[in-house]
Design a protein around this ligand. Sequence first.
Ligand code: AMP
Length: 360
Amino acid sequence: MKKIGVVGGGQLGQMLALAGIPLGLEFIFLEPSADACAARLGRQIAAEYDDIEGLERLAVETDLVTFEFENFPVQAARHLATLTDLAPGVRALDVAQDRLNEKALFRELDIPVADFAAIDSQDDLDKAVTRLGLPAVLKTRRLGYDGKGQKVLRTRADAEGAFEELGAVPLILESFVPFNRELSLIAVRGRDGECRFYPVAENIHINGILHLSRPRLHDFMQEQAQTHARRVLESLDYVGALGFEFFQVDDYLLANEIAPRVHNTGHWTIEGAVTSQFENHLRAVLGLPLGATAALAHAAMVNFIGEMPAIEPVLHLPGARWHDYHKDPRPGRKVGHVTLLSDSPRRLEQQIAQVEALMR
Ligand code: AMP
């Protein structure tokens, strides 16, 4: 039986283990928090992500290591990669952890991005606002997620003191993209270089946090998204699943960001695709054949943010599948999700509206 080490023990770890147990896998999670939701599905090494002893134990006790947490410190990842097989690799982490490196890679690969500027002072910001114009979005280069570490600048007054406001850390200013839709693509690449792609998902964020994700079958943007993702996968010699977020403006895509891991906009694949993103990630890192990525039905995923709604009315919906991450309620925290499946797009829309009403 193969043992998989996972850095991180959150809901992505929980769902990886739920996909991997039927493949005959065992899991060990490196995760400091005492109430990690993945821990009940494997063993936990309770140590910080950069704890040398913890990393060494993880390497010794498993056959290979992956991560479900993209802010795994690069130094620690580099050390781990000298001890064991780490997939995806350190370079993918390094690029994805810094929005400036990410944008530089996209540009190098001829993948369009919104205009941007690196900001290291208020003076840089004032100059960049003049050059890029407003509105624009100011973001921390590192450690931002779920809309944290961001500020939309609409007027010159919004820019005043904004460098300090975001912590006087390295920032990036991006032109505000008047997008028609936000799309994401889950891509997976095997050890032999084979790439597979799921149908693109159309995503709605509320306050910077993903609310709703709907795969769009045969979308006219599918091919463009795949072309961009394939370039990134190949240039990073990537192994595993990757989430790629885009803004669609008319008939072209601008790259927003990549996540070198399984991704929230791919949760619908658990019930909605032939092979889930979690199983395909594990197949990829193990060097097993990748599974089919086709959708089985019209699907949607609604995140539960802050707290879980009552379970019964949701399960009354015919195509509903419930996912509870066993997390304490907290404002803005992703605590679970529901996947809705239907053979009719109209009935699916009705079910989404019903779930949204139950969450209010
Ligand atoms: P991010 O953390 O970069 O994914 O940003 C979170 C959300 O903020 C995105 O999903 C968009 O809804 C919005 N956003 C981020 N950057 C921009 C931008 N340059 N233009 C318009 N909206 C943006």
